[in-house]
Write a protein that binds this ligand. Sequence first.
Ligand code: SF4
Length: 265
Amino acid sequence: MQTSVSRPLFFCCCYWDGLVKSGSMARKVDIDKVVRQHLEMEQSFTGFTVKGKAEASQQREREDNMAAVEKAAELEKIADEVNQCRKCGLGSLRTNAVPGEGNPNARIMFVGEAPGADEDAQGRPFVGRAGQLLDKVIAACGLKRSDVFIGNILKCRPPENRDPAADEIISCLPYLQRQIELINPEVIVALGAHAARTLLNTNKSIGELRGQFHEYYAGIGRPPIKLMPTYHTAYLLRNYSPENRRRVWEDMKKVLVELDLPVPE
Ligand code: SF4
């Protein structure tokens, strides 16, 4: 049995079909005008409003905002766990844990090695001199710090900024893995050898790894995330040569191209 809705739809389809099949008419008609007329007719017969592009994109934006609120709440839970954590010896040495911060819907996630003295004092990632240089790198990309997410492999500062120990990485890495899983960025930029080696499970040097995309696997059944290793900004500060700056910029340009973002000169 046909419903009152299906009849007019059938009529409209015949009308549309007729217009398209009629060779001479199809050549002459303004296709946009025909589509508009078709939608208006369909609406007047069915009483349904056909969603325009603007409405659909507003709907998508509303869904994104809702997802961002839920993700932010989950990220907050992880931060609470990190702030209470004593799973490794660094927990009793820290002033503040540094869970990481940024946009829950970030397309780019920067991952460093571990907090330093300034980060330990403030409980925020990349706020010292190396952080200021990272801010400049982000700005050079035409982005703001609030566009990206910034975290570390270790959430607590190793004494005297020594390298992370294997047992500390094993204890702490699940926090970062959960953050990556939630944020699901399109690109991870691993800053320095420790971040790149840990996330890629390799012993290669940063010199060998940087400059090309690798794949980070966030979990079974999930597509890999592109990962670009580059020099840590703390290394860049210690070795501030035009050559090293150019290398980091070349790596970041590849990230921008990958994301279809404009590449500033
Ligand atoms: S470094 Fe990580 S695992 Fe160790 S105490 Fe801090 S948060 Fe916990």
